[in-house]
Design a protein around this ligand. Structure first.
Ligand code: ATP
Length: 433
């Protein structure tokens, strides 16, 4: 059985994946804090992305740019003028909605009345603040609404210092901020979130080829990390849906409980951004091709994914419940690369003669694996607890271990148990994780 929305939200709170932010003060709407398990999962999602997009490729480098950038960046990129959503207010119940996300643009989803909306206003999604002690127009800045512009403004620095030749990519993972009109659906849409973006610079005539290439790569990334294919699809944007900078966009969608919704967007941003920053800054950001002796603006293919949103989707997708001997067993079948803990060490009893060596074993394995030492309650309950948070291997240290220097290793998915000698244990786990 797969999970419904409430089940995942409850599991997240109960087990410490995700908490309501500022909860002790009554909570702040649509802001979430990641607890120990959620932080580990989120971090693993970001690391898996970095590994496949940067580490394992010779043509992509990574950067980490500032969240607060010059206002001119957002004027040049077009965000100050056009990064808006159409906002309507219901004159009956005074709730505000994003017009383009309404199922029926005539009817208020809160009170059900029709024909009560105001004319749409274009609401800019960027958060504003000021640098320095005086608030004035001169020191007004935005928190970045995407990580991409940090890449474009560093394009020439990165290209030159790393001697990069087309085609090449620059990747970045980090926080973005959008003052969303209607955040919601747990961590799916929040005002502060993590993005994983890569700008792939290429010759203009090669852009369609690279677009197709990245569409395949990105779709396969989710599959490779265990997401079920039937829960994923690729959707082409209609012409009137395209962002101001894009000539072609597809979304990678996930089958969320409320229907298909976006996990990641893939856009052909053309030379829009480099050209705009060249014009606004006066710096020549064209690429010089020494062989052909020509200068031109590269085109850009951008896979833009949400890390927090993907984390939520991985959690939903991994949820599995089954009947085992008249009992319900809940398992998060997370890929071992994503699971918050890779290994649990469970001493059969809390008696010092077992707890001592089990703790030593845990300390030794911690050097190589993310691990939890779990000592309370019966062994069966502890197995279930580890299943529920997706720990791939649970190691039981029992009284026999004292004599045979071996432990029982239980596989989360098959529940099969192997007796493994302590001196082979690291190898055994490394081969499987
Ligand atoms: P939408 O139309 O749903 O508002 P978008 O198409 O503007 O989103 P992009 O600008 O393409 O989104 O952002 C790239 C990715 O960043 C999205 O696919 C999503 O995974 C993530 N993302 C965007 N906005 C949010 C948000 N408010 N909360 C969480 N993740 C987000």
């Amino acid at each position: 059985m797969t999970a419904d929305f409430d089940t995942i939200v409850n599991l997240s709170k109960r087990r410490g994946f995700v908490f309501q932010s500022s909860e002790i003060y009554g909570g702040i709407r649509s802001a979430y804090d990641y607890g120990p398990l959620g932080a580990a999962l989120l971090r693993n999602v970001k690391e898996a992305w970095w590994r496949s997009m940067v580490q394992q490729r010779g043509d992509v480098v990574g950067i980490d740019s500032a969240i607060i950038q010059a206002r001119k960046v957002w004027q040049a990129s077009g965000h100050e003028a056009t990064f808006t959503d159409p906002l309507v207010e219901c004159q009956n119940c005074h709730t505000r909605h994003r017009l383009d996300k309404l199922e029926n643009p005539e009817q208020c989803p809160t009170c059900g009345k029709s024909g009560t909306f105001t004319e749409p206003k274009h609401f800019n999604l960027m958060f504003r603040t000021h640098t320095g002690p005086v608030e004035s127009d001169d020191n007004m800045v935005y928190l970045r609404p995407e990580t991409a512009q940090g890449i474009f403004i560093n394009y020439e620095n990165v290209r030159r210092t790393n001697r990069l030749q087309l085609p090449f990519g620059i990747a970045q993972v980090g926080k973005s901020f959008r003052n969303e009109i209607t955040p919601g659906q747990f961590v799916f849409r929040t005002r502060e979130f993590d993005q994983m973006e890569m700008e792939y610079f290429c010759r203009p005539e090669e852009a369609p080829k690279w677009f197709d290439y990245w569409r395949g790569e990105r779709f396969n990334w989710y599959l490779d990390l265990g997401m079920k294919e039937e829960n994923l699809r690729i959707r082409d944007h209609e012409q009137d849906e395209l962002s101001h900078y894009s000539v072609q966009t597809v979304d990678i969608d996930y089958a969320f409980p409320w229907g298909w919704d976006e996990l990641e967007g893939l856009a052909n941003r053309t030379d829009y951004d480099l050209r705009a920053h060249s014009e606004a800054s006066g710096q020549d950001l064209r690429y010089y091709d020494a062989v052909a002796d020509e200068r031109f603006f590269p085109y850009v293919i951008e896979p833009a994914a949400g890390a927090t949103r993907a984390t939520f989707a991985f959690l939903m997708d991994a949820y599995h419940s089954e009947e085992v001997a008249g009992d319900t067993r809940v398992v998060l079948k997370l890929d071992p690369r994503l699971a918050p803990y890779q290994v649990a060490v469970l001493p059969l009893s809390k008696k010092p003669e077992l707890l001592g060596p089990a703790t030593e074993l845990a300390d030794r394995l911690r050097k190589d694996f993310m691990l939890e030492l779990d000592v309370t309650q019966s062994i069966g309950r502890r197995y279930r607890r580890q299943d529920e948070i997706g720990t791939p291997y649970a190691i039981t240290y029992d009284f026999e271990s004292l004599d045979d220097s071996a432990v029982t290793v239980r596989d989360r998915d098959t529940m099969a148990q192997d007796r493994v000698s302590l001196d082979r244990l690291t190898d055994y786990l490394s081969q499987r994780l």
